[in-house]
Design a protein around this ligand. Sequence first.
Ligand code: HEM
Length: 400
Amino acid sequence: SVSPPQLHGPEFEADPHPAYRWLREHSPVHRVDLPGGAWAWLVTRHADARRVLADPDMLKDPAAGDAAWRAAGLGLPYDHRPSLVRSMVNVDAPDHTRLRRVAGGAFTPRRVRALKESAERVTADLVDRIAASDRPDLVRDLAYPLPIAIICDILGVPGADRPEFHRRAAVIDSSSYEEMEAIAATTDWFDRYLGELVEARLAEPSDDLLGDLVEAHRSGELSRDEVTSTAFLLLVAGHETTVALIGNMLFTLLRRPERWERLCADRALLGPAVEETLRLESPLQNATWRFPRKPTTVGGVALEAGEPVLVSLLSAGRDPGRYDDADGFRPGRGDAHLAFGHGAHFCVGAQLARMEARVAVGALLDRFPGLRLAVDESELRWWPSMIMHGLFALPVRTGR
Ligand code: HEM
């Protein structure tokens, strides 16, 4: 067709890939309209995406955005709270380097091992319940609860607080721009709650990641706002994305039962299948804002300083200019993808997310070799978003 596709509405939500294919072919750096009268450049080809992600002159600090973007108020309500926004994802070097060093250093091999044991325990319990359920839904029953349990471990959320923490996290996850009030109330709650967790650790040190951040505050490396902001970032960056990865992986495997059977027969394919899912169905559809420090060109298009840029990770993964058989599922093809970003802001939680996906899908392979979708693929509903890419539900038959 000759006119650009819609990046919202039922057709796009049911399958966004044709829209990105059109953009890659016809308008690889495309001006898209956003709510509130704002607009952004959407970058859909792999080579351009990679270059924008790694370019130190593409700033992440929202203050670098132009006046039109800032006036549209697209930032979520917490964008104005120093206690929640002073995290590495919203700043550039040198603050970025410092914040990232502290948080990255807290993901030690010993910590990640302990988180893996915890993920295995939580998963075993969830899989038992799936086995006993009449109408299992792998998003509700596994993809959703596992990552939030791990975030609670990372932050050291006490057991008694976890149900409420889960419930509140769900509000942030499911909210759209139309639900600003619900998000604002929930953000208030997290602001208060994370503040209390930090107070408790200032009174009594703890051996968890939050404890490390609080120690860095004590030694003057992080401000108190930076501690709570980092804790909040771990929640918002680490939960919904991992839910989507696990759901999208099960979808990718189960829509072709021979893929499930192949993995059952050859478990060495599990890790490569995680990577192939990240490439084919990137949980982050279009990654966070960047703003050129000075005028530049991307893919032959001139950009002014401060004009907002979004990078389409979902589109980059399907670019035939980069991948042979780009829409095909070929675990082990060995090609890197951009689903965890690239360059200075590369995902801090990538190993953790990969581990959770392997544990979750591995447990299902062990337990339910005859697992099948319980509905036709066309009945599955995706989150109505151009930022995230994940399923509301994945009803299955366990074959037992
Ligand atoms: C950054 C994806 C899981 C923590 C990023 C970025 C991407 C990404 C694309 C780069 C953003 C940018 O360049 O603007 C994902 C995906 C995940 C996942 C697809 C799951 C499948 C996690 C987990 C955590 C986490 C489990 C931690 C618990 C972070 C943090 C950053 C980040 C802290 C900011 C890094 C920085 O700004 O230097 N993630 N992520 N992520 N991610 Fe993840």
